[in-house]
Design a protein. Structure first.
Length: 305
């Protein structure tokens, strides 16, 4: 049976089709395909890396797996959520405090003019805007959205997409930082190393502590927005964007899928079934709107306060 949703705050009841047997909720799986991910210090590996002159593909030293911290992923997702709220005509909860020590004197005021409201100004009792609800971070109230690390491995059989894992390859890039002064003629200044993950394909698992339709609607809309604007500098994932890292193809895996169907999405030897195609049509034509419409209602209600 589909899980029960909290709809008491909405003006209408949810009406899911009778032929829906279950949903992945309270879990959502974000499918990711990223040619190059460089999240700065957000990679933890489980083995040492072999030097370039001793690299052998089948050497256990080079079967390196690890985890990507949830922090760059969470910031990327939050940015997408903020954009969706702003496009819908609302303002997003500012992530920083008004009295923060910002490098630019008027940066906070400019943010407020650009589609944010002051951090926490939306809170009435325990309830705030939908960004406040999902991401939390103040007033001793945890966010309603659980964001986990993303585990990766270069060995396909060791990847479980139902646990938010991905197939990917860890590498250390060693580059020379060269002078840009024309008189120096490209003289090397220093060596720099960077941890990166390449050819990442898999899922990032999100979980909701509370099931409200607008939470699902915002996450689905945000991931679609991030995918459609993946080449925009400010919406790329992680650091090192100046050499093309972080352009992510992203989508929410259909929440109507069973566990076996989610695994089938990432099984290169199997195509989608007719049942999966039917569920895709059902999600696109009717079920998705059951979550997006409450999101718009929630945004409108907050802006009228």
């Amino acid at each position: 049976m589909p899980p029960a949703f909290d709809t008491e705050h909405l003006d209408h009841e949810m009406s899911l089709p009778d032929d829906i047997e279950n949903l992945t909720l309270p879990d959502l799986y974000v499918g990711l395909e990223i040619p190059l991910l460089a999240p700065g210090d957000g990679i933890v590996t489980d083995r040492h890396h072999a030097s370039a002159d001793r690299y052998e593909a089948d050497d256990p030293q080079n079967q390196i797996g690890g985890m990507v911290s949830p922090f760059p992923l969470s910031g990327w997702l939050r940015h997408g959520c903020e954009r969706v709220i702003q496009v819908a005509g609302g303002t997003a909860c500012h992530p920083g405090a008004a009295n923060g020590d910002y490098m630019l004197e008027d940066v906070y005021e400019r943010d407020l003019d650009a589609g944010y409201h002051e951090k926490g100004s939306c809170v009435d009792g325990d309830a705030g805007c939908v960004i406040y609800d999902l991401f939390g971070g103040f007033n001793d109230r945890a966010g309603r959205l659980v964001r986990r690390p993303l585990r990766f491995s270069p060995i396909r059989r060791q990847v479980d997409v139902l646990q938010g894992e991905a197939e990917a390859h860890y590498r250390q890039l060693n580059t020379q930082v060269r002078s840009r002064n024309s008189e120096d003629d490209g003289q090397p200044l220093r060596m720099a190393s960077r941890d990166v993950v390449g050819n990442l394909v898999g899922t990032w698992k999100l979980s909701l502590r509370e099931l409200k339709p607008e939470y699902v609607g915002l996450l689905v809309e945000a991931v679609d927005y991030l995918d459609a604007h993946s080449d925009e500098f400010e919406l790329q994932l992680g650091g090192a964007r100046n050499f093309g890292a972080g352009m992510a193809e992203a989508r929410v895996i259909n929440p109507l899928y069973t566990d076996a169907e989610i695994k089938r999405v990432y099984n290169r030897a199997q195509d989608a079934t007719s049942g999966m195609a039917w569920k895709d049509d059902l999600w696109r034509e009717s079920v998705r709107q059951q979550f997006v419409v409450p999101l718009q209602e929630r945004v409108n209600a907050m802006e009228e306060l």
